[in-house]
Design a protein around this ligand. Sequence first.
Ligand SMILES: C[S@@+](CC[C@H](N)C(=O)[O-])C[C@H]1O[C@@H](n2cnc3c(N)ncnc32)[C@H](O)[C@@H]1O
Length: 302
Amino acid sequence: MSTDTPFACPKCRQPLSPPGRDALLTCACGATYPHLRGVRRFVDAEHYSGSFGYQWNHFSRTQLDSANGSTRSRDAFVERTCWSTGELQGKRILDAGCGMGRFAEVCADAGADVYGIDLSSAVDAAAANLGARPNVQISQADIFAPPFAPASFDYIYSLGVLHHTPSTQRAFQSLVPLLKPGGRMAIWVYWDRLARVMPGSELLRPLTSRLPKPLLLSLCRVAVPLYHLHTIKGLGLLTSAALPTSMDPDPAWRVLDTFDWYSPRFQWKHSVDEVRGWFTAAGFDDLATSALPVGVSGRKLA
Ligand SMILES: C[S@@+](CC[C@H](N)C(=O)[O-])C[C@H]1O[C@@H](n2cnc3c(N)ncnc32)[C@H](O)[C@@H]1O
């Protein structure tokens, strides 16, 4: 693992010292960043991302491969990034919006040096899951003010995250400078067609995202058996358009994914051409598109 540190002050971009893994970081501008409960803290509030803090601390291990004995998160990582895990060995990687750390675990298992950031208290779940690993560092930080020096990472990925920020494209653009020339970046965001096939949730979300989180979670538990109705040929098309719930085969994942669908403050959707256009405009080539839209990856031109 590399011994130098990529951390830089999110306010003024100067390097932070000392390089110690668990130390209080200080900047010449006077800013300090503590290491609390296993997490380096570059923000002191969750801002709009509180639903995710609640979600990932509640479902802190449901989707973690090492906890559920599956390879579902590894498979999703490979599918959405269009990368193989074999290419990640020894690479310094940023997981932007790491949640409880399921994809960071995949990269750490592949031998990468992983830096996970998340705006929400999901970082506490991620640190509990992965913080003991020498090749994983979790920070509570904002993609729009990332605590890293330019050109720090060989790989950057952000899966299921950027469409939950105030601006998907601006969030993408704020990550690009952190990538080394020749480095690879992958993002996966929601597809614009989802809004058309699930109009019911588009209408409901302004209300559901304002509900107290425990109440919404209880409603999701009640709604999730609709799954069986949604599987009925013909009728299911209507019921799932009106009141969509997750169609995951695992009941626990269904509750989690349904909460995830109805709770976020921001949830933008995009076309494949639009996202490919962002990569091209930002100076990427070698673009690949995932089978499950919208995942795009590319190489930053040197
Ligand atoms: C749907 S979750 C996905 C988590 C993880 N990538 C996964 O797929 O399991 C979206 C995550 O993005 C995080 N997030 C949203 N806005 C962010 C921002 N500006 N900076 C960092 N993380 C952010 C949320 O807190 C949340 O944990």
